[in-house]
Design a protein around this ligand. Structure first.
Ligand SMILES: Nc1ncnc2c1ncn2[C@@H]1O[C@H](COP(=O)(O)OP(=O)(O)OP(=O)(O)O)[C@@H](O)[C@H]1O
Ligand SMILES: [Mg+2]
Length: 301
């Protein structure tokens, strides 16, 4: 049924000082599989003391994601979902293991990624279009030619805003927009530099159910058109099943990937599918995995 339980291996034997980052040259020893995202036995402790004490935020992550694949990650609070995002974008280096993105070892923050969070965090003194343009003013190579290419970039931002239903709101300020509109703008901001990988941490968590479903469809359409990789962190199992190709369930902290569920629903998916038996069966199955995880009591440290 496309469900796979991950092998829950024990903690690594012995502790040694964190490498402080992977040696990029060592990766060549084992050729990449050609996956777009590849985690090889990745562990992260947030600092040396935690590492020495064997306290990891995430453990033994092995993962291979195809180019253009949409994955969702679900799991209890504090299990390490955002930690996984930080690892996948190079904001944190693993204490153990290797990470390859787009077949390259990750050695620092990646420019090929865009991110959006639960709070849209738009700058109130900039118009919507100027908020969307912000990454191009900061990130190279756009930054150097921003003045010369401003017109072209602005046109791109306006087109993107139109695509997500914000035509007519481009020159308004964030405080003149509803929460759902602000979140659309923040997704545009994450996509303006045409990233190969989009990371979303609970992007629709603060929205009402109807607005949330509207934004699912907007994200679905953008993804179907541009086929960037998506890592969506969510607490909403329906959201994960509607949008993703594959859903990963994480265990309680320390976070491990314990279940991999392929969502074999045909595409394009319309909202009606969420009322089908097939769909509710998947959601129930995911719910039962989460329920099982929540029941397990953690051994005292
Ligand atoms: N900078 C940090 N230093 C030390 N520990 C951290 C740091 N950031 C996160 N942690 C710890 O790592 C664990 C995982 O945190 P993370 O933010 O990844 O969880 P999460 O799954 O995103 O949680 P939530 O669902 O509540 O957002 C938690 O135990 C947290 O306390
Ligand atoms: Mg989080």
């Amino acid at each position: 049924m496309g469900t796979q339980a991950f092998n829950a291996a024990g903690p690594p034997q012995g502790t040694k000082a964190p490498s402080g980052g992977s040696d990029p040259h060592a990766v060549g020893e084992r050729a990449g599989t050609g996956s777009f995202i590849e985690f090889r036995d990745v562990w992260l402790a947030y600092n040396d003391e935690l590492f020495a004490a064997g306290q990891f935020a995430v453990e033994a992550i092995d993962l291979q994601v195809n180019e253009g694949e949409f994955i969702a990650i679900v799991g209890p609070s504090g299990c390490g979902k955002y930690t996984f995002i930080k690892l996948a974008t190079g904001l944190r280096m693993p204490s153990r293991g290797r990470i390859l993105i787009d077949r390259q070892p990750v050695t620092g923050p990646l420019k090929i990624s865009g991110m959006a969070f639960q709070a849209p965090s738009l700058l109130p003194w900039r118009t919507t279009v100027d908020n969307v343009l912000l990454p191009l003013e900061i990130v190279e190579p756009y930054r150097s030619n921003f003045k010369a290419k401003r017109k072209e970039y602005e046109e791109r931002a306006r087109q993107l805003l139109q695509k997500v239903g914000l035509a007519g709101y481009e020159d308004k300020f964030p405080w003149q927009l509803s929460g759902g509109m602000q979140q659309r703008a923040s997704i545009c901001r994450a996509l303006i530099h045409q990233p190969k990988m989009l990371l979303l941490d609970e992007p629709f968590g603060a929205l009402d159910a109807f607005t949330r479903e509207e934004l699912w469809c907007i994200l679905r359409d953008l993804w179907m058109e541009q086929k960037f990789n998506v890592i969506l962190v969510t607490h909403d199992l329906r959201e994960s099943a509607f949008l993703a190709d594959t859903v990963y369930v994480m265990s309680k902290s320390p976070g491990r990937f314990v279940v991999r569920r392929e969502i074999d629903l045909p595409r394009p998916r319309e909202l009606e599918i969420t009322y089908s038996k097939e769909f509710t069966d998947i959601v129930l199955e995911l719910r039962s995995h989460i329920g099982a995880i929540r029941k397990t009591t953690q051994a005292p440290a």
